[in-house]
Design a protein around this ligand. Structure first.
Ligand code: GLC
Length: 412
């Protein structure tokens, strides 16, 4: 459905690769950003993270540099996650970074630093809120089993909360310069979750919210989690299949490095740099984006595991960026263990498993003017039988994580 919000997503589909940052009080708990929900932590008890939130090593320019060097071209950062804590100096709440030991607005310097590195900036805002006194005790709320809280529930007024939500979005879109992307999360309408009470567009007044967003920042891109049936699709922790992807319109897969969006100290589930890189190639090869998450620590640093992965991806991106930026799906069918991306008159063959000497490209006979390995621009020769091309590859795989052959397509 493409209602009033048919939007220009040109830069997003050009840039293809972004950094997601989940940073809030949950970084101090260091065991998933849903810790408050999972462990049913009351606001009083959760307060210890607020009182001790002191990111003394927070260095926004170094975060921005790290993102740029990883080849990322845009940022989406959690201004407020489900816990309700605000990174910016909101006039509408005391539950914000300036009132913690951090003592200042943490969002502004972050956005400025990423802009200074030439990246686009986006803001994530959680529609659900476990801190606001008017947010209902639904089945996700940390106080869902607290009988005392339940008895007093009638005092909670979702419309008052919606006013707060609208006011905060207004602050973010009027006081922080140009915001390129607004990433709402999330609505759960209907009874999908068994216990839901129809959270969604009526509760958030989504239409009105969307209209305000567009009025404040006409160029902004919106994602699809307002329950309006439009916006950039955001499959989470899963890559759509080739067929599904074609029907999604503009989409962006968001992925963690280790199964947690917030910093998770004891994570044993780190995905390798190779896997993450293949996920990026897979997304672009299916016409989508990848928004790859980092969960910084409560001291304000990227941990070594995340850092190492970003560096490894960056090393590949420096040599292979042009097979990603401005590229999308190809109509050609790649051989086994390969992916295609295509753009700017070139077809990129990403070889996930190195074959011995020859690789047959179906249906490309007569269509290629020149071919080279992308990382070192060394010629790749081929035989053309009229229908297919048979590439002659070096016997030893090049020393890059995923070798790419760049095929210059004949015009017309
Ligand atoms: C979710 C989660 C969450 C994360 C996000 C990213 O629905 O609630 O913690 O921020 O999606 O897609």
């Amino acid at each position: 459905m493409d209602g009033p919000a048919a939007q220009d997503t040109g830069w997003l589909t050009q840039e293809r690769f972004g950094m997601f940052i989940h940073w809030g009080l949950y970084a101090a708990a260091a065991r998933h950003e849903w810790v408050q929900n999972r462990e049913r932590i009351s606001p009083q008890e959760y307060r210890k993270y607020f009182d001790h939130f002191d990111p003394d090593l927070f260095d926004p320019p170094s975060w921005a540099r790290t993102a740029r060097r990883a080849g990322m071209r845009y940022l989406v950062v959690t201004a407020k996650h489900h816990e309700g804590f605000c990174l910016w100096d909101s006039a509408l709440t005391d539950y914000k970074a300036p009132n913690t030991p951090a003592g200042r607005d943490l969002l502004r310097p972050l956005l400025d630093a990423f802009r200074a590195e030439g990246l686009r900036v986006g803001v994530y805002y959680s529609l659900i809120d476990w801190h606001h006194p008017d947010f209902p005790l639904d089945g996700l709320h940390p106080l869902r089993d607290d009988l005392d809280a339940r008895r007093r529930e009638a005092g909670r007024d979702i419309q008052r909360y919606a006013d707060y939500l609208h006011g905060q979005v207004r602050e973010l879109l009027s006081g922080y310069g140009r915001i390129d992307y607004l990433w709402f999360d999330f609505s759960y309408p209907g009874s999908d979750w068994g216990w839901a009470r129809g959270k969604g567009r009526e509760d958030w007044r989504s239409e009105q919210l969307e209209a305000m967003v567009r009025q404040l920042q006409p160029e902004i891109i919106l994602n699809d989690r307002l329950d309006l049936g439009r916006g950039v699709r955001t499959p989470e922790e899963r890559q759509p299949g080739r067929g599904d992807a074609a029907g999604l319109g503009v989409w962006e897969a968001c992925q963690t490095m280790n199964g947690s969006w917030g910093y998770y100290r004891d994570s044993a589930g780190w995905r390798s740099a190779d896997e993450l890189l293949r996920t990026l190639i897979d997304a672009v090869g299916k016409g989508g984006n990848l928004l790859l998450n980092v969960g910084p620590t409560a001291r304000g640093t990227f941990d070594a595991e995340a850092q190492a992965r970003l560096e490894a991806i960056g090393a590949w991106m420096r040599l292979h960026g042009r097979a990603i930026y401005g590229c999308g799906a190809s109509t050609h069918r790649p051989p086994e263990d390969c992916r295609y991306t295509q753009g700017n008159g070139r077809l990129y063959l990403h070889i996930l498993a190195w074959p011995f000497r020859r690789l047959r490209l179906e249906g490309l006979g007569g269509q290629v003017a020149y071919a080279q390995l992308l990382h070192d621009a060394s010629e790749v020769r081929w035989r053309d039988d009229g229908a297919d091309l048979s590439l002659e590859l070096p016997p030893r795989a090049p020393d890059v994580r995923v070798p790419v052959v760049e095929l210059f397509l004949r015009a017309g």
